[in-house]
Design a protein around this ligand. Structure first.
Ligand SMILES: [Zn+2]
Length: 282
């Protein structure tokens, strides 16, 4: 693939917390809802227009408590007006349908993995029955899905779900690379993912996320090739081998620098909503 001269605005998503990193790994990771709101506001002011949300118990352990999700959404709506709020339905914070019990709180978006794969220490299980249920809940509450493609088959599966109206909204596909035992960071595969999305879902937008030290590489590839990108402490807690990230905002600033390098403007929340066709909820 030749270098794309594509100066379209780049949407930066910030994944503020996730389910894995702890205060022991990096004391700056936001855990309580108040810390998460504060961290999101800094990242929003730095240029992120989507926030990807998980919630935790106060001791840092994983949670899927819908009340916490609601408090987080209310705080972000108040302090980051216009920002696109995305809840995670990922499998590390709960099991089975528990992963979608917060969807009635109507975030703008929710992540959705449409197939199974391996994670570092276990199977990331997404059964067809669970995927159908999460999809139907997203349609019910008018939530736009962000498809997490951990594997090529997930892109094909997503296109089928949109084709048969089991998913609605403009497709937004995120390539996830660098998770141990899943798809590694591989440029040829990355480019083939883009080609495949364009072939199967011509109206789709795409973005990408890399984990750990690969975050920066994936940010660079997505920005270079005209896509959107994700940063944040869920995926990576360091700014270099020897230095921990001081905040989610710092990672957003580093991503913005890559946008400048490739002459991509950073999408503000209005542009991001327009690109993804997500109107403000009234
Ligand atoms: Zn997540």
């Amino acid at each position: 693939m030749s270098k794309t001269i594509n100066k379209n605005p780049c949407i930066i998503c910030v994944a503020i917390t996730g389910s894995v990193p702890t205060k022991e790994n990096n004391p700056n990771i936001p855990i309580s809802v108040n810390e998460q709101i504060e961290s999101t506001q800094e990242a929003f002011e730095a240029g992120a227009s989507i926030v990807h949300c998980h919630v935790r118990n106060d001791d840092g352990s994983v949670s899927s408590d819908p009340i916490k999700f609601k408090k987080l959404k209310d705080g972000i709506t108040k302090f980051c007006p216009g920002m696109i709020i995305q809840f995670s339905t990922g499998g590390r914070s709960g099991s089975g349908r528990e992963r979608g019990y917060m969807l009635p709180h109507c975030p703008d978006m929710a992540s959705l993995t449409v197939g199974s794969n391996n994670f570092p220490n276990r199977v990331y299980e997404n059964s067809p029955e669970l995927i159908d249920w999460l999809s139907s809940e997203m349609i019910r509450y008018k939530i736009v899905p962000e498809i997490e493609a951990f594997d090529l088959s997930h892109i094909f599966q997503a296109s089928q779900l949109f084709k048969y109206n089991k998913l609605k909204g403009k497709p937004y596909i995120q390539f996830v690379m660098g998770v141990k035992n899943a798809m590694p960071v591989d440029r040829q595969v990355f480019e083939f993912y883009i080609e495949t999305v364009k072939r199967l879902m011509p109206s789709a937008n795409w973005c990408a996320a890399g984990t750990g030290k690969y975050q920066k590489i994936i940010n660079e590839w997505s920005i270079e090739l005209g896509g959107h990108t994700r940063t944040g402490m869920e995926d990576n807690i360091r700014i270099s081998k020897h230095q921990l990230a001081s905040s989610n905002a710092e990672l957003v600033f580093l991503t913005k620098e890559i946008c400048s390098k490739y002459e991509r403007p950073v999408a503000n929340w209005k542009e991001a909503r327009q690109i993804l066709d997500i109107p403000l909820r009234t």
